[in-house]
Design a protein around this ligand. Structure first.
Ligand code: ATP
Length: 261
């Protein structure tokens, strides 16, 4: 067994360790709150056990785990496809401002945060829908991809504006059922079915629409606005929780802050 020789520890080794720690940290931040986190943790655990079996010279088990990890790498590429694409896009991009934008997505570059969503149009639409007791469920994507839920609805690409949001949720509209997904300043899907949260702490007065908003904000870093059909109440959800606000003006300020990147 090869013994660790700390006298041969070079500066470059320290840099190597710090870089791997950074990589793991940013990978963790990227997948935190999504379903991919369980796979990420699973692979880290298997890798830890594999190294241990190697150290203890348990040949059979270490061979099996080593083989499994080889396949695990492919699973990793499939699961993190979106993130890998963004990362490669950044590396290959010759346009510096695009690179800066993607770097900001990874939170490695702290520039002045930019807001690309027309929050004012969303809030105005919510105010109108609240006044007419029109039910609405709006999910706004942040860093985590929402592609896994988008496929359940109708994909589209329409610029965010107040009348369009209102007409989607208008009671007789064929699109009013389910959730609307907003990415940057575009409505990218309607009639989306979201995963419903099983959290028993959600008050019983909230039905499926609110549970679906809790569900998607638990699993991803998206934020959600719900307008109740029952009483017109507007709710804001983030990280699987209801966020309290005084009035829609305060909600607008909160949204603007949360959507800056
Ligand atoms: N999983 C889901 N994903 C997306 N939309 C959903 C989901 N479940 C329910 N909805 C939407 O919510 C609508 C109303 O559901 P429900 O009455 O149970 O919600 P609620 O939370 O009580 O809201 P409200 O206060 O508006 O009645 C449904 O007609 C549907 O459009």
């Amino acid at each position: 067994m090869e013994l660790l020789d700390f006298t041969k520890f070079r500066i470059i080794d320290a840099i190597d360790i710090v870089l791997v720690a950074f990589l793991l940290y940013y990978l963790y931040r990227l997948v935190k709150g999504t379903v991919a986190i369980n796979i990420f943790i699973g692979i880290v655990i298997i890798y830890g056990i594999w190294r241990l079996t190697e150290l203890l010279q348990m040949e059979l088990l270490s061979k099996i785990l080593g083989g499994f990890l080889g396949v695990g790498m492919f699973a990793l590429i499939v699961v993190f496809q979106q993130e890998i694409r963004k990362f490669l896009l950044m590396l290959g991009s010759t346009n510096f401002s695009a690179r800066k934008r993607i770097l900001k997505k990874f939170n490695l570059f702290k520039g002045e945060a930019q807001l690309s969503t027309d929050v004012s149009a969303i809030i105005k639409a919510c105010k109108k829908m609240s006044g007419s007791n029109t039910g609405a469920l709006i999910v706004i994507q942040r860093n985590n991809s929402l592609d896994f839920v988008k496929q359940s609805g109708d994909e589209m690409k329409m610029e965010v504006n107040q009348p369009i949001i209102e007409s989607v949720f208008y009671k007789n509209s064929p699109l009013h059922d389910g959730a609307m997904i907003i990415e940057e300043n575009h409505i990218t899907a309607t009639r989306v079915i979201l995963p419903v949260s099983n959290d028993r702490n959600i008050p019983l007065r909230f039905g499926l629409r609110h549970r679906a908003a809790v569900g998607i904000t638990e699993k991803t870093d998206a934020v959600c606005i719900v307008v109740s059909e029952e009483n017109g109440q507007v709710s804001y959800l983030k990280e699987g929780d209801f966020v309290l606000f005084e009035d829609l003006e305060e909600l607008k300020t909160m949204l603007e802050k949360d959507l800056r990147k």
